[in-house]
Design a protein around this ligand. Structure first.
Ligand SMILES: [Zn+2]
Length: 241
């Protein structure tokens, strides 16, 4: 049967292991980095498609205005040429030549304009799909962050309870042993005590416990594991739990 001293230390060790695992769990909570990265990519994709759509719209607007301007000029030139009656034949020649150039220009612009009108709807659909994807990811991130927050709060609550009861556990431990224990615990991060399992090994690090060490523990001495330095105790084999 382990001594009261070891039992108190063992209980503290169990509590510290629990505190350690809560801490570890809290620090390993995923803040949603993968979704953030997905959002970044989706944003880039959407920016490209939206910019293509914007450029197309801008060009369509530009073409409309240019076609209108040239068409107006053609109308005016035709009036000058055919209706004004005060154009010399030399001027008429120049105007006619110029009209041909302008009409060809309008034809080219209209061709480009119609092509762009055909291209615009699929570009809009493409940009919309990307935008919806982006919105879905933003909702997903928001949901994930809310869940993480809930989990964080739960762990914090659990942590606070454990820390509070730790001060009671400490009171039960021999102060001299506690100093040794705390030094080991701080070094290992989790607990400063380890059970000897049924294979006669340190439960925490697996190091085999020699017969003479076991004898020393059974005589009531505080003995540390030769490998991980944790204080060794025989609890399970003693049938305490
Ligand atoms: Zn060990």
């Amino acid at each position: 049967m382990p001594s009261e001293e070891i039992m108190s230390l063992y209980k503290l060790g169990k509590l510290d292991s629990e505190i350690y695992s809560v801490r570890k769990k809290a620090s390993s909570l995923d803040p949603g980095n993968k979704i953030v990265e997905e959002i970044r990519l989706a944003q880039t994709e959407w920016n490209i498609d939206q910019s293509n759509l914007d450029k197309t719209n801008a060009r369509i607007y530009e073409l409309e205005s240019e076609i209108f301007k040239i068409s107006e000029k053609i109308k005016k030139d035709k009036i000058t040429l055919y209706e004004s009656g005060n154009v010399t034949s030399r001027e008429a020649q120049v105007l006619e030549k110029d009209l041909l150039v302008q009409e060809k220009r309008v034809e080219d612009l209209e061709h480009e304009y119609l092509n762009l009108l055909d291209e615009k709807p699929p570009l809009g659909v493409k940009a919309n799909i990307k935008k919806e994807k982006l919105n879905r990811l933003r909702i997903k991130l928001d949901q994930h962050q809310k869940e993480v927050k809930i989990e964080q709060n739960k762990l914090k609550e659990k942590f606070d309870i454990l820390i509070k009861s730790r001060s009671d556990y400490i009171k039960e431990v021999n102060p001299a042993v506690l100093i040794i224990y705390e030094k080991i615990r701080k070094k290992n991060g989790d607990t400063g005590i380890s059970e000897i399992n049924k294979d006669r090994a340190c439960h925490e690090c697996g190091h085999f416990v020699a017969e003479k060490i076991l004898d020393s523990i059974r005589s009531g001495n505080i003995v540390q594991c030769e490998s991980c330095s944790r204080i060794l105790c025989e609890i399970v084999s003693a049938g305490v739990f």
